[in-house]
Design a binder for this molecule. Structure first.
Ligand code: GDP
Length: 646
């Protein structure tokens, strides 16, 4: 009998069975391995003993209820739950949340702390609105729920094709001609169980949700094309999944192509910790073709198997809850919200709050466009009846009445406006203080460089920093401009971004500002090491920061003489300023840095030219302009640094 089958028969998690096997000396088994008769007998004996023990064990202690306002400081929480503040700080640090004892915390963080220390938090506002409700809370009943899967991988490796193939293959289950609706996720029903696929492939959406505190995905499928092998974005996706602590299944795609070697992919990914089962690791690899459909069924089976091992359960006898995965404004139907149900049942007519908005479920549809009256956990549904659209990643909660929903929404808005301080992100400047306070023991770094070779060189420099104050983790290292996805990863993991000879995408810059994520760019490798040392020692010099003032696109190049070349440009962002520092970006790479020495508008020398105007630009010692180059213009600003005690 296979371990998987045994797990089903005895309703025991595979993980537990593997542990028992190890304990009784049957080593090296995996979830798909078979057991011999005598091995089976031994395991069954252990099961019997465990059953006996369980009967003797006492029932679990009930959680202590404590009332919170929902914006307490760490100190106040410590007093209420009778746990030393340091313990709480330590726990938060594990969650990569850096706060001090006097900082007010958001409700979601208080909930996490209570969960950790076995407390049942009751928030005042809930109490005011639902005074008598809490008394007759029923015993929670849990049901098995389907795993929610995100497909990630390098561009063009076949994520969309695989998603579409799975989506189409299920059309056979339904009436001919029925079309699936794109609602952000869809459910596949197999004889052995169901799987929910999130429809947005790629890791940006995944990490953006995570940065909002939402954990929707249970399993990541990492797609790697067999003909191209592991690519930068494969590693990027892998690191995003790893930092979220989600199990990864590797789908080696395009196996219909000739001359491919899937073994190389296993080898390359093993170097990143994804060791195949057959080599003694625990990563499942499946060979598939999104084009022909080969291996897709096996992939689905493996997802179910891994899902089984995760023992995914949801409470069913409680008010409905879920996470918003998509939201848009429909011209005819008004705000539309797609939600994955996580707890309880959603029912038409339920009043709800979602992020900062509220409403009443007017109508609900599944991913086939069928009207639903009810929706169970792990079901993706489209909901009509909200007053406004909602940011994906927001919580969706059913409440008791319209009045309560409205009041909740108003209160959330008010709370947002007043005291609650957003969770502070780590910066190099403050690193020393945080280390001294014992609030930081790890520094998460996202590293972006111009060439691959630079990554190793920088990793080497960082590994040689003579210090033992903190553990430096390079969460992700890759080449190319600093992107939105890098910032999201840094934000979700409270890390900082170090760039070496790479530009920062404008969108990334904008999000970094909003999310409070530090981006530092360098031109000399050793500066990175030096700055990290200084940051750790608290000796960081006042920082000279480059501030992007504007960007101009080269439209035409005028070679006036050998040493006099002028670029005819259009200012596409901000303004360009004479004598300022400039960087020339070609195909996403900085190819030259210098000074903007001549700036003309209609033959006249000017000091600056603003957005949407044309101009002629000359740069000292640079004669190799090409059409399509971007000239970025920077101001150097000094950021003063507070003196720190030693
Ligand atoms: P994505 O960017 O990862 O979503 O990749 P797509 O799904 O858009 O696929 C990129 C290209 O690869 C398309 O031209 C697909 O037709 C092709 N493709 C995807 N899967 C397979 C496959 O299994 N075999 C072959 N031969 N081509 C595939």
């Amino acid at each position: 009998m296979r371990i998987y089958e045994l797990s089903k028969q005895y309703n025991k998690p595979i993980k537990e069975i593997l542990e028992i096997l190890e304990k009784i000396g049957i080593k090296g088994k995996k979830s798909l391995s078979s057991l011999k008769d005598e091995e089976l007998k031994k395991v069954e004996e252990v099961f019997k003993k465990e059953e006996l023990k369980k009967v003797e064990e006492k029932p679990v202690e009930e959680k202590k209820k404590i009332i919170f306002k929902g914006n307490e400081t760490v100190k106040e929480i410590a007093e209420k739950i009778q746990i030393p503040p340091n313990e709480i700080l330590k726990y938060l640090l594990n969650l990569k949340i850096v706060v001090n004892v006097n900082q007010k915390l958001e409700k979601s963080v208080i909930e996490k702390i209570c969960e950790k220390f076995n407390i049942l938090p009751v928030f005042e506002e809930e109490k005011i609105i639902l005074p008598e409700k809490k008394k007759e809370e029923p015993e929670p009943i849990f049901v098995k729920r389907a795993p929610v899967v995100t497909i990630m991988g390098h561009v063009d490796h076949g994520k969309t094709t695989i998603l579409d193939k799975i989506r189409k293959s299920r059309i056979a289950e339904k009436e001919v001609g029925q079309i699936t609706q794109k609602i952000g996720a869809y459910k596949v029903n197999l004889p052995e169980g169901s799987i929910v696929f999130l429809d947005t492939p790629g890791h940006e959406a995944f990490t953006a949700m995570r940065a909002m505190g939402a954990k929707v995905t249970d399993i990541v499928v990492l797609v790697v094309a067999a003909d191209e092998g592991v690519k930068p974005q494969t590693i990027e996706a892998l690191n995003h999944a790893k930092s979220a602590n989600v199990p990864i299944i590797v789908a080696i795609n395009k196996i219909d192509k000739p001359n491919i070697n899937p073994e190389i992919i296993k080898q390359q990914l093993s170097e990143h910790g994804l060791i195949p089962e057959e080599w003694g690791g625990d990563t499942v690899y499946v060979k598939v073709s999104g084009l022909t459909g080969e291996g897709i069924n096996e992939l689905l089976e493996m997802i179910l198997l891994v899902g089984e091992m995760l023992e995914l359960k949801a409470q069913i006898n409680c008010k409905g809850e879920g996470t918003v995965i998509e939201s848009s404004l429909d011209r005819f139907r008004g705000p539309v919200i797609s939600v994955i149900v996580e707890k309880g049942k959603l029912k038409v007519g339920d009043p709800f709050i979602a992020g900062t908005t509220w409403g009443k479920i007017r109508a609900m549809f599944d991913d086939w466009g069928n009207r639903l009256e009810e929706a169970d956990p792990s079901t993706p549904v489209e909901i009509l009846g909200a007053h406004d659209i909602v940011v994906p990643g927001s919580k969706f909660k059913v409440v008791d009445s319209d009045k309560e929903a409205k009041e909740f929404a108003e209160r959330i808005e008010e709370e947002r406006k007043k005291t609650v301080i957003p969770v502070k992100r780590l910066s190099l400047k403050d690193l020393y203080e945080e280390i001294k306070k014992g609030e930081v023991k790890e520094l998460n770094i996202i590293l972006k460089t111009d060439f691959y070779n630079s990554i190793d060189a920088i990793k080497n420099v960082i590994s040689k920093i003579p210090q033992n104050e903190i553990k430096i983790n390079i969460l992700h290292a890759g080449t190319g401009p600093i992107s939105e996805s890098d910032v999201l990863l840094a934000s979700a993991s409270n890390g900082i971004i170090l760039g070496f000879k790479v530009p920062v995408d404008p969108k990334a810059k904008e999000i970094a500002k909003k999310e409070n994520v530090e981006i530092r760019t360098y031109e000399i490798i050793y500066d990175i090491g030096d700055e990290l040392v200084k940051a750790i020692e608290g000796m960081l010099e006042p920082e000279i920061k480059e501030e992007l003032q504007g960007q101009a696109l080269v439209k035409k190049v005028f070679k006036l003489s050998k040493n006099l070349v002028v670029a005819g440009c259009l200012v596409v962002d901000g303004k360009v300023i004479k004598n300022s520092k400039v960087k020339i970006v070609r195909n996403g790479k900085i190819i030259f840095e210098g000074v903007l020495s001549s700036l003309k508008r209609f033959k006249e020398s000017v000091n600056e030219v603003s957005y949407n105007n044309e101009c002629g630009i000359g740069i000292d010692n640079f004669y190799d302009f090409q059409e399509g180059d971007i000239i970025q213009c920077y101001a150097l600003v000094e950021v003063p640094r507070k003196l720190k005690g030693v």
